[in-house]
Design a protein around this ligand. Structure first.
Ligand code: HEC
Ligand code: HEC
Length: 158
């Protein structure tokens, strides 16, 4: 099946099953982070995630709480925080996916795109057990399955 056709079918399926698709219908690429500062500071512990995975409001909450970042301290100088926030919100997705993180032992509940209906649906077969058997640390290790993820391609998985 051609990539285009597959994307179209997946897009149509996803639209009916789980709301807004990750890739807009007919699109082949999810725009990766291109801003050098964001790539550097947000790509240190995990891949710098594509801005379109979350809404502007969700990115704002995440960026306002870098000192309590899912159990890590990811604080940055104020100037860098402001610049990255501006970049992420300007390229953010149209739909919100304010998943609620109840864990982590912090007072803030940070949004997670992994809890958005569409992401969860696309990746529903990857239980932690299944990931462990494949030797993949976390579903956040996009590149383990999508080798072109850093370039924005997500259709080369198996
Ligand atoms: C010091 C390491 C570190 C840095 C630097 C860092 N992160 Fe994270 N990030 C984490 C950890 C740890 C998690 C939680 C991983 C998990 O739950 O498996 C996380 C999770 C996330 C998630 C939630 C993903 C999901 O849906 O589960 C987002 C979004 C995120 N980070 C964005 C950012 C952004 C934006 C930056 C740059 C400002 C950044 N991170 C920098 C360590 C870091
Ligand atoms: C364990 C493997 C695995 C990991 C890790 C993984 N994915 Fe996926 N992803 C898949 C599979 C399988 C599909 C199903 C769609 C398909 O068959 O093309 C998928 C679907 C997608 C799609 C929809 C593709 C399309 O053609 O509509 C996007 C976008 C996506 N993943 C993004 C991500 C991102 C971003 C991450 C990291 C935060 C990630 N994935 C992590 C395996 C994975």
């Amino acid at each position: 099946m051609t990539v285009m056709r597959k994307a179209l079918i997946l897009g149509a399926l996803s639209a009916t099953l789980a709301g807004a698709p990750l890739l807009a219908q007919g699109e082949e690429r999810m725009r990766p982070v291109t801003d050098p500062l964001t790539l550097k500071e947000c790509g240190e512990c995990h891949m710098a995630f594509p801005p379109s995975l979350l809404s502007p409001g969700s990115w704002e909450v995440i960026m306002a709480n870098l000192d309590k970042h899912y159990g890590e301290n990811a604080s940055l100088p104020e100037k860098d925080t402001a610049a990255i926030t501006a970049y992420l919100t300007a390229s953010a997705g149209r739909w919100g996916s304010p998943g609620v993180s109840g864990t982590g032992g912090t007072e803030v509940t940070l949004p997670r795109f992994t809890e958005s209906r569409h992401f969860a649906h696309e990746h529903r077969r990857f239980t932690p057990d299944r990931l462990a058997r494949k030797g993949i640390k976390s579903i956040l290790d996009c590149v383990a399955c999508h080798r072109g993820a850093e370039q924005g391609y997500y259709d080369d998985d198996d």
